[in-house]
Write a protein that binds this ligand. Structure first.
Ligand SMILES: [Cu+2]
Length: 123
């Protein structure tokens, strides 16, 4: 094999490998707080979504069991960060809650997800 041919082969291989794994470039959710499926004895003080790299969170909201939505202010839209943390100004009522989030991945793609948790009624 000649040297130019060998380097052309390596180049073609690199392109094939890059094409084979486009989804690997998406940013990924690391955790939420409260964690998905958490059952809490009291309202959380804050809502946190954390990613494996810097993203821009475009939507962050809480949905109660009746479907009422509360939009939370995000700070990573202007300066991308791996963590979005929003302190709650009022305690959450007992019941089932959902965290809905959407973000622009570091590679420019939209990503979104949801996490469910429950605040238990005090005994
Ligand atoms: Cu992507």
């Amino acid at each position: 094999m000649t040297a130019p041919f060998a380097s052309a082969m390596i180049g073609a291989l690199a392109i094939l490998i890059a094409l084979a794994s486009p989804a690997a470039a998406h940013s990924e959710l690391r955790r939420t707080n409260p964690a998905s499926n958490a059952v809490l004895d009291a309202s959380p003080a804050e809502i946190v979504v954390e990613f494996n790299e810097r993203v821009q969170v475009t939507t962050l909201r809480l949905v109660d069991s009746a479907g009422r939505q509360t939009r939370l202010p995000t700070t990573t839209l202007r300066a991308a960060a791996s963590i979005e943390r929003v302190a709650l100004t009022a305690p959450l009522a007992p019941g089932r809650w959902q965290i809905e989030w959407a973000a622009i991945s570091a590679d420019g793609h939209p990503i979104s997800g949801r996490a469910f948790f429950e605040v238990r009624t005090r005994q």
